[in-house]
Design a protein around this ligand. Structure first.
Ligand SMILES: Cc1cc2nc3c(=O)[nH]c(=O)nc-3n(C[C@H](O)[C@H](O)[C@H](O)COP(=O)(O)OP(=O)(O)OC[C@H]3O[C@@H](n4cnc5c(N)ncnc54)[C@H](O)[C@@H]3O)c2cc1C
Length: 510
């Protein structure tokens, strides 16, 4: 089987990955016991690894593919002082003190990125911008008022404004001064350089399939070697294999276009609407050419048609902007936590010394950074004021109960429907080149993809994580699981966890 050389977890090429650094592999690890193994080379893993290594801990960072392969390579990279879970929502679930702490964490994550850029002189297109959120109807105006009150209550500066640099007609708008944007992979590259300079060990193309406690030492298993460590951090966005977070976080896909405008006039701001699902725009100079980034239209992974989402996003963009060409389009995945706040800390139901971070919603730049700091403090046995708020073992069912039921009933539906309700009768013959489909062959379900040469790639569609049936994602040419968001390429290789085993090939199991 050929090795995976795509630089991110999908077929589409995003603007950040073009100048990707070459893979680093320092060789086999041997029998050494590391102070900490960090699994996953996105913003969370690299932030944690750098902090730990610099504090004198001996660390190893293991990445299944290459640095930035996951969502950090597909992010739209806004750095904000507000979050998808609003401060008033946080207050109703976690009290005023909880909401204040959450605001502090978001701010501290923001500041950590800024200080890393300064300290390590990372050239990553970091720019300060004003952020605008506008309302187009009465309900959204009410929502804006709540967001305004909630932000002021926790001390986050925000004000009403009458001028927003958007062609979309709106009724009211809020503005946050001093927001920021950057190029996420240039930032990761800077962190990686600092990490290696501090003596850190990096192993790319190293998928960790599980961690067990063996003779008092945590032992991480990989296809070619075992890695021993006193502590392990799952910075994998979603911890691998079956775990509690499969029921506490819902995977969502989100879409981005980068377009060139005929006018050459680009907004010098971060602009968001209040629709559900929402849209946002910002600009970024890529290869000397300013482009408008338009994103949003999020939906649960494996549930809606990604190509339709791209078509809708492009239609929306062309309605309001005079587009001369679409330069990039890509999508990526994030996780919505059931009670609104991320889970960062000790991994529930796992041996002592295993930590994790997940459920950042669309705010992983700040929350991934703060997770890196919080997890490095936990490994170093130092106090951290966010440890209680983000504790993954918390039980929080109050306001989020209905949401929990909604997410879980949906997962439960797929557990049942995928096993017993499959009535697909389509045949392989009608499969077009470049198309993937669930078909039935000899009474058995097959995930079939026909490549441009006409060859059929036939897989067992049963997700290796929890046995749901995967769906075709025509935009990223991947098989996406509607239950917990595991994703596979056309050969069945894992692109996104929590699965750690590839899909079986059709016929192998006979
Ligand atoms: C389209 C989109 C736009 C977004 N925009 C913003 C934004 O503007 N601002 C913001 O703050 N947030 C945004 N987010 C969210 C943010 O991008 C993510 O929360 C963040 O990048 C997650 O970082 P991470 O390091 O935790 O995970 P990832 O970047 O996904 O990194 C995890 C890494 O772990 C590796 N891995 C997984 N399993 C294993 C294993 N078993 N063994 C070894 N390695 C493994 C993966 O290959 C991957 O590279 C956006 C998300 C999306 C989808």
């Amino acid at each position: 089987m050929k090795t995976n050389i795509i630089p991110r977890d999908g077929e589409l090429v995003g603007p950040w990955q073009k100048d990707l650094f070459t893979a680093v592999q320092t060789g086999r690890v041997g029998n050494e016991v590391f102070d900490c193994l960090i699994v996953g080379g996105g913003i969370t893993g690299l932030t944690a690894a750098l902090l730990l290594q610099q504090s004198g801990k001996k660390t190893l960072l293991a990445e299944a593919h290459t640095i930035g392969f996951g969502t950090t390579g597909g992010t739209s990279a806004h750095i904000n002082t507000f979050a998808d879970t609003t401060y008033n929502e946080t207050e109703s679930a976690f009290g005023t003190e909880g909401a204040k702490l959450f605001a502090d964490a978001i701010r501290e994550g923001f500041d950590l990125i800024k200080s890393n850029i300064e300290n390590y002189k990372i050239d990553c297109d970091y720019e300060l911008k004003t952020g605008y959120l506008y309302a187009e109807n009465e309900d959204e105006v009410k929502l804006l008022a709540e967001i305004f009150e909630g932000a002021l209550k926790v001390g986050v500066p925000v004000k009403y404004v009458t001028e927003v640099p958007t062609p979309v007609p709106y009724e009211k708008a809020l503005a946050w001064a001093g927001q920021a944007q950057f190029q996420p992979l240039k930032y990761l590259q800077g962190l990686q350089k600092a990490y290696l300079a501090a003596g850190g060990t990096l192993e790319e193309h190293t998928l960790i399939t599980g961690v067990i406690l063996k003779n008092g030492v945590l032992t991480a298993e990989n296809a070619v070697q075992s890695i021993k460590a006193k502590a392990v951090i799952y910075a994998t966005h979603m911890p691998p294999n079956i775990n509690l977070f499969n029921f506490e976080c819902a995977p969502y896909r989100s879409y981005v276009l980068a377009v060139q405008l005929k006018s050459g006039q680009y907004p010098d701001a971060l602009i968001y609407d209040s629709q559900e699902p929402y849209h946002y725009v910002r600009s970024h100079v890529i290869d000397g050419q300013e482009l408008l980034l338009v994103g949003g239209l999020d939906h649960k992974t494996g549930h809606d048609d990604p190509e339709n989402a791209f078509a809708e996003l492009e239609k929306y963009t062309r309605t309001y902007y005079n587009v001369s060409s679409v330069k990039y389009r890509w999508s990526s995945q994030y996780y919505v936590p059931v009670d609104g706040l991320p889970y960062i800390g000790k991994m529930p139901l796992a041996p002592k010394g295993i930590y994790c971070a997940t459920g950042y919603n669309g705010n992983g730049m700040m929350l991934g950074s703060i997770a890196g700091r919080l997890l490095s403090d936990l490994v170093r046995k130092r106090p951290n004021k966010y440890a209680g708020l983000f504790d993954p073992c918390r039980v929080k069912l109050i306001d989020s109960f209905s949401e929990l039921v909604k997410e879980n009933s949906d997962v439960a539906y797929h557990f049942v429907a995928d096993r017993f309700g499959f009535h697909e009768t389509d045949s392989l013959i009608r499969l077009e080149p470049g198309q993937g489909k669930l078909v039935e062959v000899d009474g058995r379900k097959v995930a079939a993809y026909r490549d441009e040469d006409g060859t059929i790639h036939a897989l067992n569609p049963t997700c290796t994580h929890a046995a749901c049936i995967v769906n075709w994602n025509g935009a990223e040419k991947s098989w996406d699981c509607p239950c917990h968001g595991a994703r596979y390429d056309i050969e069945g290789r894992v692109l996104t966890g929590p699965a750690t085993r590839d899909l079986g090939r059709y016929g192998d199991e006979k």
